[in-house]
Design a protein around this ligand. Structure first.
Ligand code: SF4
Length: 277
């Protein structure tokens, strides 16, 4: 049996990985949340999720990619970074974080093994997230300049953070099959956001491709040939009802890009400020 350890923000006890409904602060799931174990079941559970809360609960217990389930849980149990060895790890797929009535969906690539996979919140617990949250706060989207985990008071106004793939992959590299299996979760997140949605912001080319795939799956008009990803690239996408959603690209906030200054704070601020209506 997994042992109980205190959550680093709230002090509440949790296993690693967190048991659905077992007390992890902000856990969207319960013991009764249905679990997807196949790609077909992901499709069914995604399309039948009634609202954002139900969708995130289902995402957070998904087990459809065996390689990723093994990896996320092995990191949570015995592969922790030394600095976090005494705290519990979420060890489950990352649910979205932010405003359920967001006008902007920010799409990342996938959780980091010692970031979201540890904290349970998107872009939280690693240097990529630190870079992003500081910019989100500077540009007025986030209430606080840092994100630690549930219970820290962080809030997003008008924005919700999602990802192309919801489980931490080895080497930050999901396979094509894993990306395809996870795609219906993103498509449903986009669909549920649609009544308020103006912009889909994609951090990196994989997020860009995933967002375009979701748009196609939802029957939106997507230009051909496929629009190319680039920093500050922008393409209008039209839904079947005629609603126009801006697809915006931004270099990913990975250390590879930020340490080399390929992406600077000023560049990120400019993109984030440009999302305002
Ligand atoms: Fe489920 Fe997506 Fe994680 Fe695969 S990557 S197990 S589809 S949440």
């Amino acid at each position: 049996m997994d042992r109980l350890e205190p959550h680093p923000v709230t002090g509440g006890p949790s296993t690693s990985p967190a048991t659905p409904g077992g007390g992890w602060p902000g856990d969207p799931a319960s013991a009764a949340t249905p679990v997807a174990r196949t790609a077909a079941r992901v499709r069914r559970l995604a399309s039948s999720a009634a609202d954002v809360a139900e969708l995130q609960a289902r995402i957070s217990v998904c087990r459809a990619c065996p390689r990723l389930v093994r990896w996320r849980e092995s990191v949570a149990r015995e592969g922790r970074r030394a600095a976090f060895a005494d705290q519990p790890y979420w060890g489950r797929p990352g649910p979205s974080f932010g405003d359920p009535e967001a006008e902007v969906l920010l799409v990342g690539l996938a959780p980091a093994a010692n970031g979201t996979n540890r904290t349970g919140r998107m872009f939280t617990g690693d240097s990529s997230g630190d870079f992003l949250w500081a910019a989100l706060h500077r540009t007025g989207w986030a209430a606080l300049p840092t994100s630690v985990g549930a219970g820290d008071g962080q809030r997003l106004e008008g924005m919700r953070v999602v990802a192309a793939v919801r489980c931490a992959p080895p080497g930050n590299a999901p396979t094509g099959a894993e990306r395809a299996t996870c795609a219906p979760w993103l498509a449903r997140d986009v669909e549920l956001a649609l009544p308020h949605l103006r912009v889909v912001l994609c951090l990196g080319g994989i997020a860009w491709d995933a967002a375009l795939g979701a748009a196609r799956d939802l029957g939106w008009e997507v230009p051909r040939p496929k629009p190319r990803f680039g920093h500050a690239a922008e393409v209008p996408l039209r839904t079947p009802s005629g609603q126009v959603v801006r697809l915006v690209g931004c270099y990913h906030v990975s250390p590879h890009n930020t340490f080399t200054k390929r992406l600077t704070p000023a560049m990120l601020d400019e993109v984030l400020a440009g999302l305002r209506g």
